[in-house]
Design a protein around this ligand. Sequence first.
Ligand code: HEC
Length: 103
Amino acid sequence: MQKQLLLVLFLFIASFANAQSLPAEVKKVSDKYACAGCHLMDARLVGPSWKELAKKKYSAKKMGALIRKPKPENWPGYPPMAPLANITDAEVKVMSDWLSTIK
Ligand code: HEC
């Protein structure tokens, strides 16, 4: 029983740490457009995880184009992403610079 409690506590702290691990600038953009509502660090949610996205190694320019005009055919089995037409180049750059640091 006690072990289970410890495990629950650990999972709670781990998920908290995951949510907190976004750098402030990234969190700002993610909060503004609710990216985290569909993209998690390690696991599939509505969309692919940030780690999966990082593997594509998109340039900021390419990523901006894909966020404004998603190509669901790049992600078979996922629903199409809602286009975010208003995201700025600076905001896209924050996200793509950060993605390029994820392994
Ligand atoms: C409503 C859910 C939702 C939100 C909000 C969302 N995404 Fe997505 N995203 C998806 C899904 C689903 C896919 C996979 C299908 C697709 O690309 O259309 C995806 C794909 C992507 C891709 C890959 C595009 C490609 O063609 O390879 C990138 C990059 C991305 N999202 C970044 C972002 C960023 C950055 C934000 C916030 C600014 C964001 N997403 C917000 C659901 C979402």
